[in-house]
Design a protein. Sequence first.
Length: 476
Amino acid sequence: MPVQSVERLTIERLTADDLKSNLGDIQGGILEEYETLASAYVFYTVETPEGGRDWLKSLLDHVTSSADARSGHSPKQTMNIAISAFGLKALGVSEESWMSFPHVFREGMAARAHRLGDTGPADPAKWEGGLGTADIHVMVNLTGLDAASVDLWRQQVSAAAIEYGVKQRHVVEAAVVFDQRSGCPAAHFGFVDPISQPAIAGLDEGHPGDGAREGNGWRSIAPGEFLLGYENELGEVTATPTPHSLGVNGTFIVFRKAAQDVGGFRKYLKQGAMNLWGKDDLAHQEKMAAKIVGRWKSGCPLALSPDQDNPELAADPNRVNDFDYADDPEGLKCPLGAHLRRANPRKSKITSAADVNRKRMIRRGLEYGPPLPEGAPDDGVSRGQAGMIIVADIELQFEFIQAEWIQKGDFIGLPTEEKDPLIGANGDGGQFTVPGADMPFLFDIRQFVTVEGGEYFFAPGLSALRGLANGQYSGD
Ligand code: HEM
């Protein structure tokens, strides 16, 4: 494992200029997407602090850094470690350090269910595998080239953990699902994803649209929005827990396992298209799907091509994200309430005083369950997204977006009760406004995504992980 110089870690204010020299201390998969194709999210319960720390020590040499991931010969298998608030306690972290973590992290995702809209079928009482309970201490994310090799490795890691009194509590296996048409990574609903990820200052310039709007161009977002110890968009250092070395180069991971009702989604497209335009042929179903997401399945944004898909535009990284909605205040091209526009409103007029450049998130994760081929009847098989949202501030970024933008409508001039049509808790019938359609209001949109479990995790920098393993932050 690369060793970070002590001087660097004591710097209280890291900036974009420091980022590249810190990549050896930042866990891999945060700032970059691995090129591996399969993944296992393995959740462990630690029985004793000593056992847990010794177990971490045994794993340290296997943990992949961002520098490893960017080394030019991308690793064929990767391991990364993140710890829940219950896990920090189980590892014996001192009360002072523990209390210095943000309160929403310490409470855990299940305790925040009401704010997040995780109610009804997504109620934490129904979550699987102990997710959301005090049993989930450590998430080990393994990735590899195929499901079989990842599973073999997972079995080895879990078997070795037992001798430290660490037990595998749950596992979610996931893989890249490829879009049948474009061959690009896609979500089960059939949309190319991800496309839009924040460009991070000091790392790369990204493509037009990835960063923050500046004049007619774009600039990268300050690293402190995604990493602890760095300057953020306000020019302030994102708070780190105590001591500083525990937080620096670390971040928070919001893990959410979200089931996708692919059969229900496809069925609804027909019904929704008929209600909006009085036609339910394939072209209108595709249009209905695009209105829900804000992109055509190819990834082509409605903001740039509202009336028809443009696969050529979708394939051009310099164009596919280069829009800001400023020319579409009424949502005639891209509905105000489309998933994409809610999750990143760019230059849309919003009523809340939020700074959109401080509401960005890195999205990672893969799909679980087998794809449902186009045209196949619903098979009732469980499938969805094992998603990781990476942010420096869970409350200001993920929770704000989920609670205020995904589960409500008023921030963008829609009725409060109107929720995200793709991932909102729409129960048996939610509202979706599609300006410009013959009948622009739908009142029967279904719930297509249901959270089956999740947790907030802290992904320490590699030096901090070693410190945790060595008992450097322990109270005993
Ligand atoms: C099963 C659940 C989900 C599915 C199927 C889904 C699907 C998609 C798709 C197809 C895109 C367009 C591709 C792209 O622009 O990168 C997208 C973008 C995005 N989604 Fe989701 N998503 C899900 C959950 C979430 C959640 C929980 C959040 C955050 C609360 C979120 C935030 C975003 C953001 C920030 C973007 C990019 C917006 C932009 O920068 O323009 N998504 N999602």
